[in-house]
Design a protein around this ligand. Structure first.
Ligand code: ADP
Ligand code: MG
Length: 364
């Protein structure tokens, strides 16, 4: 028997997706630890839990409104690349579903195709890049194919199977987008965390066709509920922010720590302006800041320009800064990337790679 794609169906999807994401948070974070920054499971757990609470408090009236509301919450609360990407998936689906109280299977197909297109556009990504697109694109394609002459449950089952196969197929791929791309060849041999979570979400959409199955807890839920989702190694990379202005260095440090979110950020020290508070660069303040952030794992320095760069390079040349590297990156974006990656336990190479990405991140 085919279930109607009504508000109850999409509510079951959200509930199932949230429970599965919570149950699998540790696994997703472990996958992200291998080729990213060990936060994917924690990110999604935070986002889905908050979205589920929000729509329970203010229940949307149609399937489209429900998905749109969830998408907006994910963008605001997930943090990391997956936030805006899954945000666009759900918002785009919500838009295609429109005001319909009961969604036609063909409309769901158009929504899935539009959602994948929006991720590809936002992430500038394509199949083969080792991202969530490698699970989402085959899912949308399989759904469309199976729906021709078939019914919606079969089509969703085909989509879920294709998404899981797509996620598994990311293992031998080399990442070309996202943090994993910093690793180059070293990203080969690991399953992409975003493709893995996408497969879970498409599977949840299929499982929503079965109210009895949805009444039972997903596998692993009890064991994971209270498990911490990420553990940080001791001895993190320090970050030093060298600006001509004391205020700029200090506020950028505060911004980077705030964007890292809850938890214990890596050591960050501003070295802005001159010792008397004037505008300029002080070698003495830079030396002290590097010493302050030293936990034995090295330090990365972000500079604004001119004398800030020259002073740091000169100190490095003179061997006065120990195991310290200078990042070739814009000050604010580089600082945020460095603090987030260092806080998650990234080593010196990973922190530098994150700052490198900040340099190449296009805004148009
Ligand atoms: P972050 O990488 O910022 O820590 P998450 O860990 O939450 O964000 O999500 C990582 C996942 O996001 C990756 O495994 C990948 O599937 C997906 N992703 C990252 N960048 C892109 C992109 N440009 N296009 C499509 N998917 C991407
Ligand atoms: Mg991550």
């Amino acid at each position: 028997m085919t279930v109607p794609l009504d508000l109850d169906f999409f509510r079951r999807f959200l509930d199932r997706a949230t429970r599965v994401v919570v149950a699998e948070a540790r696994h997703l974070t472990d996958l992200d630890a291998a080729i990213g920054d060990a936060d994917h499971g924690a990110n999604l757990k935070r986002g889905f839990t908050s979205a589920a609470e929000a729509v329970a408090a203010e229940p949307p009236a149609t399937p489209g409104a429900l998905l749109t509301a969830v998408g907006a919450h994910l963008t605001n609360t997930v943090g990391g690349a997956a936030g805006p990407l899954y945000g666009t998936v759900l918002r785009r689906m919500g838009k295609v579903l429109g005001e319909d109280a009961v969604v036609a299977p063909e409309t769901l197909g158009r929504a899935l195709a539009a959602a994948v297109a929006s991720v590809r556009r936002l992430g500038d990504s394509a199949p083969g890049d080792k991202t969530m697109v490698d699970a989402l694109q085959p899912a949308a394609d399989a759904y469309a194919e199976a729906l021709e002459g078939g019914e919606v449950t079969t089509a969703l089952e085909a989509a879920a199977r294709a998404a899981r196969a797509g996620a598994e197929a990311t293992v031998p791929m080399r990442a070309r987008r996202g943090r994993a791309s910093y690793l180059g060849e070293r990203s080969v041999g690991h399953q992409d965390p975003g493709a893995t979570s996408s497969a879970l979400l498409v599977t949840a959409l299929f499982e929503a066709t079965d109210p009895e199955l949805c009444a039972v807890a997903p596998e692993g839920e009890a064991a994971q509920e209270n498990a911490p989702v990420s553990e940080r190694p001791a001895g993190r990379v320090g970050v030093v922010l060298v600006s001509h202005s004391k205020a700029v260095a200090e506020s950028t440090a505060a911004l980077a720590k705030a964007l890292f979110g809850a938890g214990d950020p890596a050591p960050v020290a501003p070295a802005g302006g001159l010792p008397d508070g004037g505008v300029g660069t002080s070698a003495e303040l830079v030396r002290r800041a590097v010493a302050r952030v030293d936990e034995g794992a090295g330090a990365v320095v972000l500079c604004d320009m001119g004398s800030a760069v020259l002073t740091v390079k000169e100190l490095l040349d003179a061997g006065e800064l120990g195991d310290t590297r200078i990042a070739d990156a814009p000050f604010v974006e580089g600082a945020v990337a460095a603090v987030v990656t260092a806080s998650a336990g990234g080593d010196l190479a990973a922190v530098l790679a994150a700052t490198d990405d900040a340099r190449t991140y296009r805004k148009l």
